[in-house]
Write a protein that binds this ligand. Structure first.
Ligand code: LLP
Length: 432
């Protein structure tokens, strides 16, 4: 069994994604190549949206966190599926704008938005801006004033819940560059002062507790702390906070060890926890927002490479070099992230030797997968690294002046290019 339902094999025994033969994709579009299965992306989007419809009477919205994989076609797909978009830079917003995304369904984030970005957001009519501090609230207010607008905002708070992949802890977590702390009273003070700001509509709170999380408990815990805080704000300041954004963070299956639950189950549990907290604190159920990124697009993507040199250092290690690396997937060098890989022409063949798959960059840490058991690999083989749909293209670079790879979306077996491969001309375009 493969780790993602997007993957399969065809009559020639070749690996397929979304029904398309990966060897044909590699031949047609070249490598390295990002390939996405649109059906799985849509299925994931729907499971979030339908959870809110089913378990919360549709009183909420799902923002696709575009940082996971931002491009015009992803904005169009999110739009068709009725999702909103989470953006956190002028560039991500511009992508949404150029894809004609309805901007009232955009939520604008960031711990350090500059003046021009806030202006761009308000001018273009984004539905919500998540303010990161009291100072930024004032800046948003003053820019909205000059534009003669009233801007809906949420305040990012750190609820004191920190989640990691396999555990979570309730901590002060005061030491964060994001948001305003609940427990020191800082968030309360910001909201108190925000009452004077005439050009903002202060709608509610936002929190994001981490990423690649498998346990729903920290989300429920954060929701409870936030609802408790909403009750305090209502009681002591008479302010009704009526929107709550619980961020993103649900995990995906990178390797066989990862065991995410269906996203519907996470959402059902999270919503149940939220409703319990609202009952306990006697708070009206807020309009709910979530911002999944990785869990929408991560498992739906793979990267195809062509194998180059294979170098065996007896007794030490066997290196398999591919024609990409940290420029298209920096997640090993950043986080020692783990991946699985398959050979496109023999995906079912048992691994017989342990190899380390490395890129072509001038850096020893340029590793894609350390110590993976693979069948015999030769120069010219097409290698698929799995579950690369999130935070790969979006964190890609031109290190060593390597052009960024193309991205292809497959729908029912039919591929289409959604991002062109960069050329050497693109590489020198801004050089003077
Ligand atoms: N909302 C906010 C405010 C966020 O900061 C993030 C991710 C998300 C939503 C989406 O989280 P997701 O559902 O994708 O976990 N580069 C790292 C991941 C950084 C996540 C940053 N924030 C990686 O490659 O693992």
């Amino acid at each position: 069994m493969f780790i993602s339902k997007s993957l399969g094999t065809n009559k020639d025994g070749n690996l397929t994604i979304g029904g398309a033969d990966t060897t044909v994709l590699a031949k047609t579009f070249g490598t390295p190549l990002y390939v996405f299965d649109e059906n799985l992306i849509i299925e994931n989007m729907r499971s979030y949206k339908e959870s809110i419809d089913t378990y919360y009477d549709g009183r909420g919205i799902v923002f696709y966190a575009s940082k996971a994989f931002s491009c015009k076609e992803m904005a169009r797909i999110a739009n068709r599926e009725g999702l909103g978009l989470d953006v956190m830079s002028g560039g991500e917003l511009f992508t949404a704008q150029t894809a004609d995304f309805p901007l009232d369904r955009v939520c604008y984030h960031g711990n350090n938005k500059d003046f021009e970005e806030i202006q761009q957001a308000i001018e273009s009519g984004v539905g919500r801006i998540v303010a990161d501090s009291g100072e930024e609230l004032q800046l948003i207010d003053s820019i909205a004033k000059t534009l003669n607008k009233k801007q809906k905002v949420l305040l990012r708070v750190t609820p004191g819940v920190e989640a990691h992949t396999h555990e979570f802890i309730q901590t002060g977590q005061i030491d964060s560059k994001f948001g305003v702390t609940l427990e020191t009273g800082a968030a309360f003070d910001v909201i108190d002062k925000a009452r004077k700001l005439e050009n903002i509509e202060f709608a509610g709170l936002h929190s994001h507790i981490g990423s690649q999380i498998f346990d729903e408990e920290p989300f429920i815990c954060a929701a409870r702390l936030l609802v408790g805080f909403m009750a305090k704000v209502k009681k002591e300041l008479g302010i009704n906070l009526y929107e709550l954004n619980l961020g993103g963070g649900f995990g995906i299956k990178y390797t066989k060890e990862d065991k995410p639950k269906p996203y519907r189950t996470y959402m059902q549990d999270l919503i149940a926890g939220l409703c319990r907290a609202c009952d306990d604190f006697k708070v009206e159920k807020p309009f709910l927002m979530v911002e999944p990124g990785r869990s929408i697009v991560g498992a739906a993507g793979i990267t195809l490479y062509t194998v180059g040199g294979v170098k065996n250092i007896p007794g030490i290690r066997k290196y398999v070099s591919v024609n990409g690396g940290m420029s298209d997937n920096p997640r090993y060098i950043l986080y020692e992230a783990e991946y699985e890989a398959l050979l496109a022409e023999k995906p079912y063949e048992e691994g017989t030797e342990t190899v380390t798959i490395v890129g072509k960059h001038c850096e020893s840490g340029d590793v894609l997968i350390k110590d993976i058991k693979m069948p015999e690999i030769e120069r010219g083989d097409i290698l698929a690294v799995l579950a690369t749909g999130a935070y790969n293209y979006s964190m890609a670079s031109n290190y060593n002046r390597v052009p960024r790879a193309a991205a292809v979306m497959v729908r029912d077996g039919v591929p289409r290019v959604i991002i062109k491969r960069e050329s050497y001309e693109d590489i020198v375009r801004n050089d003077i």
